[in-house]
Design a protein around this ligand. Structure first.
Ligand code: SF4
Length: 228
């Protein structure tokens, strides 16, 4: 089970027997709490998967933002096992393009929205970039309860460092995975003004700076390097 950090985080719960989260994690949890975002720290991907299984009731409506981290911790597999009303297989099963787009749009307002993160600044901003924008739409407002899942490798010291990570590391890796011929895929350096559709992957960038609805966003931070 993940040791819940939550508001005012800074140490593992006494008597849980869990290892104390790294100081950097406690500092980040405090910054996020000031911005209305809860943090749950899990030492391993397995703990994070088990936490999500307990947090999201079986049978409920779930959508995910595509995420190498969710696949790596085995949560994508859990969702596909059939115990949830999971949008992705329903979308995939549709042949009609317009119907598929309609269901994709509806999925951005799923009761539970779970996904990865491209970068997090130690000052508490959470950054994501999408090609189409479905994921960031769910994160920003659509999803009822949002769980953002990230390894500690996603943490950057400042907002500008987090933005560089988003472009030169996360988007570059995504472009390579998708076979896009973008400047970043070639040498790991974003040249934004030389990058255009249809090859360009970056479409919409979201910086979460605060959450107004109490308890809506939880960052599930994992003490491992996961995703890209
Ligand atoms: S704007 Fe283009 S070059 Fe820059 S990170 Fe995005 S896809 Fe890569």
């Amino acid at each position: 089970m993940g040791s819940r950090e939550g508001h005012g985080a800074g140490a593992a719960s006494p008597g849980t027997g869990k290892p104390r989260p790294p100081a950097m994690v406690s500092r980040l949890a405090r910054e996020l709490a000031r911005r209305g975002i809860e943090t749950v720290y899990c030492a391993t991907g397995e703990e994070a998967r088990d936490f999500l299984c307990r947090a999201i009731p079986p049978g409920t409506e779930v959508m995910t933002g595509s995420s190498a981290t969710l696949a790596a911790i085995g949560f994508e597999e859990v969702l596909l096992s059939g115990g949830y009303d999971y949008y992705r297989p329903r979308i995939k099963a549709l042949d009609d393009d317009r119907e598929r787009i309609r269901l994709r749009r509806r999925s951005t307002t799923a009761e539970y929205f779970v996904g990865g993160v491209n970068a997090i600044s130690l000052t508490g901003e959470i950054l994501n970039v999408d090609g189409s924008g479905g994921r960031v739409a769910g994160y920003a407002y659509g999803g009822g309860k949002v769980y953002l899942v990230a390894g500690v490798n996603k943490i950057a010291p400042t907002l500008s460092a987090a933005f560089r990570r988003l472009r030169n590391q996360a988007a570059a890796a995504e472009c390579r995975a998708l076979g896009r011929r973008t400047p970043c895929a070639a040498d790991g350096v974003c040249r934004n003004y030389e990058c255009y559709p249809p090859e360009r992957q970056c479409g919409k960038v979201l910086i979460i700076e605060k959450e107004s609805i109490p308890g809506r966003i939880t960052l599930v931070l994992i003490g491992e390097n996961l995703g890209y």
